[in-house]
Every structure is written in structure tokens, then in C-alpha cells.
Design a protein. Sequence first.
Length: 518
Amino acid sequence: MKRTVNIFILIMILSCGMLLSSCSLDEQPRDQIPEAEAYTSHEALYLNTVATLYNYIGGYDEGQGLQGTIRGVYDLQTFGSDEAMIPLRGGDWYDGGLWQAMYEHSWSAGHDLPKNAWLYLYKVVALCNKSLETLEDHKELAGDSYLEWQAEVRALRAMYYWYLLDLFGDVPLVTDNSISMNEVTRESRKRVFEFCEDELMKTVLFLPEEKSTREGDYYGRITQPVAYFVLAKLMLGAEVYTGTPRWQDCIGFCDDICEMDYSLESLYKSNFLVYNQNSSENIFTIPMNKNLFTNQQQNIVRSLHYRHASAYGYGGENGTCATLQTLKVFGYPDDIDPRFYDCYHYEKVYTPEGKTVTDRTGKPLVYAPDKVLPDLSGSPYLETAGARMYKYEFDKNSTKDGKLVDNDIVLFRYADVLLMRAECKVRLGEDGSDDFNAVRSRSTSKSRPCTLDNILDERLLELCWEGWRRPDLIRFHRYKSLYEGPGAIDESDGHTTVFPIPADVRALNKNLTQNPGY
């Protein structure tokens, strides 16, 4: 009989740190009910096949969640780009060269961030496969809800495969809960793209039309507008993913969203307030509630200087900051776009009560945005170089050193839809200025022509800290390291536009070939 291996075990074996034969598959955790008892009612079936999957959109541990935690998907999309960096600050933030490798594009197949992202994304894929199998087995119990629930899980799985193909290119496409180890191979990026498109098109009309960002039955769930947004992103990147542009199709899916009663908030910062569930602009978020969920928002804490964070009641880590390229796009210091003030702490900073924050010597703490370097060792700006993440309103009732907050983390929003549509129109030789100006005029009265170069800048101005910079730069053929020092990587072959298949994963399965250049 052919030996089969559950794909969940295939992915999670790395966490066991031992051979498959030494991992017990028969454990009965005391905090879990027996599987047979999980599917005894209509409500229990939904909770234990569909609702439970949403526990993984955000995260608590490193590498888990689409945003909010560290060393995972969000960091790959952000710190390998020209948007943000984590400088070496003397003895702080060396971490074995982890962050310098991101800045220099010198990461290898052994780098922790791609491995964390791979394990996390495939874990959720495996859980989706299991849920679909269970729903099929209990189809009668699901009753009239079956098609909607199945569509919800299939659309969620397609979204995760979109992240996988975007980050890694050719990846295994596994839709069965069990698979022979020697049958797991990489499918072409084009094939995975077609799978995502097909799954979303087959399921979208079975999804509810309701907004996902309002508290209620559909809060935080995959609904029609979320699926249309992922389809729009797929089409926006189609030329990168498949070699064939799909600009008109992207416009079509953006049109679908525009007909769904979304609008730009009058104030940019309204999208990131504490209790931002009522934003008319947010399309898909990670629900945050310090009393109900364990999802963390670690990005602001990771950015703020220790003394600055302490003034907010946080435990700061004095790490992430804007690059010089980002300062240039924002017009710092002479012609600053107003969104800079909503997205960054810079120069002198204050407590929530308006008092001046002081440094270790008692002098005013002053960030120096334009003094940032990859290695600040020996610099007088060792602790203060770089503009720091602001973006989300301070939650005065936060807990766990500011990591448990009530600001929902924004994943997809309507401003991005308008900028996607503007870009596609310009690429097709049409006028995208209405959408471009709608986004831009909310924050500034300074007009710019709607050109591709200005759209790329506008995407950074509008969407900084939201995890879109890497795919944007790749699509515009601008993705390269800012590092030009000794040992700089030759990126002429473009191999770093996808991350390597993790070495530990390939060690378990020799069928998984490596991406070129690694």
C-alpha cells in the first residue's frame, strides 16, 4: 500500500525538529474536544471548520499572521523593499545579519523570514484542505449553508495561495488533505495563478455581499468585496506572475468593488483609529480586541525608541524606520506631503499629554530622519536616526506593552482599489486621473499629473507601512537593493524578485527544486 503523508505534517514537521517517525500523531490535547464531538450541530460544524480558520489571519507568535507580528509575510514585503529598514544600532538589531540581508538582498535559502512565511502560509492551506474535507463529510448537517461555507474556505485558501505565488513563484499546489510525499512537486507560477483565479471566480457569487469590516456576523470574514480585491491584485500582477498583462480585468474587478458602497474617509487617519470598524474605506482587516483576541500589533512597538515608547506605556524596541528613499518620496524636509505627519514620528516627539519626551540624558528626544544608515555603529545618531512608524492611533488602554490594541490592522482598503484602477488605465493609454486625484486630493492640494512614475510614488505616500511596496516595485521593474557597498549582490538576473524555497523544506523533499540564483 502506498504510504501517504498528511500535508499538514509535511509542513509542520520542521516544528517537531525530528524525523516524522518520532512525531506522535495520536496525542489527545486536554484543551481540545474529540473530533467527533466538534461536528454534532450546525453551529459547531461552522465554528470548527470555517470560523476557526480566521484565528490565523492575525497572529501572536513570530512568523504567524499576515500582519501584526514580526519575521513573517509582512517583513518580507516591507524590509526587502526601499520603504523601510532596521539599521544595525551598535549591538542592537544584528540578529545574525538577518535585517542587513534584507536591505542588501543577500538573503539565502537558510534565511528565517522566507521559512517562517512558507510554514505559516502552508499551515493555513493545509487547515483549509482539512476543513473542506470535513464539510464534504458533513454536507447534510451543513444543509443550505454548505455552498456558502465551502466557498468561504475555498476563497480563503485561494488568497493564501496568492501570497505564496507572489513571494515564492512556483510552489506546490496541494488541494487534498493527504498526499504521497514523493508526489509533492512545484507547480508553475502560472498554474497556481490560474488556480487562484478559477477558485475565486467559482466561489465569489456564493459569498455574502456584506462588508467584512463591520462588527456583526461577517466581521473579519471573506466576503464578496474581499474576494474581488484579491482578484484585482491577481490581475494587477498578472504580467509578473504569468507573463501576460491583465490590466482590463483588474479594472473590471475594481469596478465591482466601486459599486459596493465603499468611499474614501474624509480624513486619512480615520482608517487607523482605535475602534476603526466603522471606516467606510477599509475592505479587509485583522480584527483586534485586547479582551477577546490574541492578535498582536508589534510593528509600532518595534519602531519606537525606548524612551518614546515608555512615555506611551509601551515597551519600545528602537528598530524600524523609513529609508532615505521614502523621505525623498514624501518630500522631507522641504516639501513634505501631509501624510508624512500621519505616518511617521520625526524630529522632536511628545507624550500623549503633549509633554516633551526626553532621552537617557534628560535632553529632548529628537529623531533624525535623514541620518539613517544601514549600520549606525559609531554614529552620534545611533539611537535616534530614522523616522519611526506612527500610522495607527495610540490606544491608551493597550496591554502587553502596547501590542494588544483595539485598532483593527488594515489589510485591504478602497484607496488601493482606486490607485490600482488608475494605474491600469494609464498602462492601457487611458486617463486615470479621476481615481488618482480622488486619493491624492484628500490629503494634499498639490496636484501632479497621473503618470506611472507618480502613481508609484502615490502608492508609497498613501500605503506606507501597509505591506505593498515589494510587489509594487517588482511590477514597475524597480525592485533592487539600495546597498552598493562591498559584496553587493548582482541582481541583473532578477532572481531576488522571488524568495528562495527554504532549505529545511527542500531537505525534507528533494522534489522541490530551488528558484534560480539561490
